[in-house]
Design a protein around this ligand. Structure first.
Ligand code: HEM
Length: 446
């Protein structure tokens, strides 16, 4: 489709002062997935602010690949910068290429293989702690797994467990109020309310601890094979300069923020979807039983587990953890025939594309088989944006997909997944990442 054929529209039902905030917070996926009915680029209101949502795969791709025009900025990223400073995920276009080049080696295949050992060990600790028929509170259980993996990947085993646990706690406290802080008026944010004070204390503790660890690493000068060592060793190809301590701090917090809830949410939804789709669970068991023969999954097993990978992909298609983020136009620009003035907010969400029947057949059905090579090849370009696209695409996509596949395969090796009664899978309102409110899983041995 050429650019000229894109149609712009406006979402109906904006309330005075609130705009579309009510449906966006109550039924985000349904609301966002309904937008293509009104056009390829749809105007919505976030409170009083006008924002535009690309709903066509090509148009969304165009926005994501042109990061010079559609730059990171606005309230969402200002809030994220309170935590992650000017790290690779939050920095503007002008700083991005250098930062991305510098941190890329930390995500090189040979490094990922090393992190694979951490993943395998931590998944083993979790599943070994389960008895014959554990009932687990899914999200907290899988959050703590993902947090242990990401901190051990960053710091190896060279930092004391209680220091790492302290980082995890203050990170959680700082991060849990993320969207609430984002939507809170500035005046309220400055008040010494208990929640605000907790948030600030947690940020201070996080910064202090991470800075101390960086200083210790610098002093010892040893390559410890972990992600932090790679960040400290990174040198710019152009001027040979490394990253200053402040920059490294921002990258460490960025990796913590980007690599924990995303993975925990994906695993939680994957378990939920499998509990609701016995045929898919059977197919997964067949694959895992053949390859793992009742044992745990290692890094080297992942290529032999394509269906497991399809389950993860299909989960992210239906429940993308990164359900809403934004861009701000750096200059005036024409998009789908609309004039967007400099400073306009563009809302990025996978839902309008991932749940559209012109992109995916029977889009609401959980069908991991749609990711088999022959079927996936027939999908339109830009159909899957669960990891974003373009220069700012997730740098941890291989890391995250492998971690989810390894954890899921080990969890179902010899076990079934059942959903306990009373689950409430509506999304947690104002959470930075899309996850269910209340989900207990029973994981009996098979
Ligand atoms: C299933 C897991 C994951 C999902 C669904 C996911 C999703 C995403 C998405 C949608 C973006 C793009 C955001 C934007 O364009 O504004 C992104 C960026 C990013 N992700 Fe992930 N992510 C996952 C796991 C991870 C992991 C495990 C790490 C690190 C260990 C990570 C690190 C990052 C970083 C650093 C960026 C910023 C990249 C840049 O701007 O150059 N992610 N992720």
């Amino acid at each position: 489709m050429s650019v000229a054929t894109f149609v712009a529209g406006t979402a109906p039902g904006a309330l005075p002062g609130l705009g579309h905030m009510v449906p966006l917070l109550r039924h985000p996926t349904e609301f966002l997935a309904s937008l293509p009915e009104h056009g390829d680029l749809v105007e919505i209101r976030l409170g009083r602010t006008r924002a535009y949502v690309p709903c066509h795969p090509e148009l969304l791709r165009q926005v994501l690949t042109d990061d010079r025009t559609f730059d990171k900025g606005g309230t969402y990223y200002d809030k994220a910068r309170d935590m992650a400073g000017n790290g690779v995920a939050t920095c503007p276009h002008q700083d991005h290429r250098r930062q991305r080049r510098l941190i890329q080696p930390a995500f090189h295949r040979t490094q990922l293989e090393r992190y694979g050992l951490v993943m395998e060990a931590e998944v083993g600790v979790l599943t070994d702690s389960w008895g014959d028929e554990p009932v687990v509170d899914a999200y907290p259980e899988l959050y703590s797994l993902a947090a242990r993996i990401v901190t051990r990947t960053l710091f190896g085993t060279h930092v004391d467990e209680d220091v790492v646990a302290g980082i995890r706690r203050s990170f959680e406290a700082a991060f849990s109020g993320f969207f609430r802080q984002m939507f809170m008026p500035e005046a309220l944010r400055r008040l010494p309310l208990p929640a605000n004070l907790r948030h600030r204390r947690a940020l201070r503790h996080l910064r202090g601890t991470v800075e101390r660890i960086i200083a210790e690493y610098r002093r010892s000068g040893a390559d410890r094979g972990d992600l932090l060592s790679v960040l400290l060793a990174a040198r710019d190809e152009g001027d040979g300069a490394g990253m200053a301590d402040g920059e490294i701090h921002d990258q460490v917090v960025t990796v913590l923020a980007a690599g924990t809830e995303t993975v925990a949410a994906t695993l939680t939804w994957a378990c939920y979807l499998l509990s609701q789709n016995p045929a898919a669970q059977r197919e997964l068991h067949e694959e895992v039983d053949t390859v793992l023969k009742g044992g745990p999954a290692g890094w080297g097993d992942i290529p032999q587990l394509p269906y497991t990978d399809h389950v993860i992909n299909e989960t992210i298609r239906l429940y993308p953890p990164g359900w809403l983020f934004t861009r701000v136009t750096a200059t005036d620009v024409e998009l789908a025939g609309r004039h967007l003035a400099q400073g306009t907010t563009v809302v990025i969400s996978p839902a309008p594309v991932h749940r559209h029947s012109s992109v995916f057949e029977r889009p609401l059905e959980f069908d991991p088989g749609r990711w088999a090579e022959d079927r996936a090849a027939a999908l339109p370009r830009g159909a899957f944006v669960g990891f974003g696209a373009g220069p700012r695409k997730c740098i941890g996509d291989g890391f995250g997909a492998a971690e989810c596949a390894m954890a899921l395969a080990t969890m179902v090796s010899g076990r079934s997944i059942r959903c306990e009664p009373g689950a409430d899978v509506r999304p947690v309102p104002l959470a930075a990442f899309y996850r269910p409110r209340h989900l207990f899983l029973r994981l009996p041995r098979r």
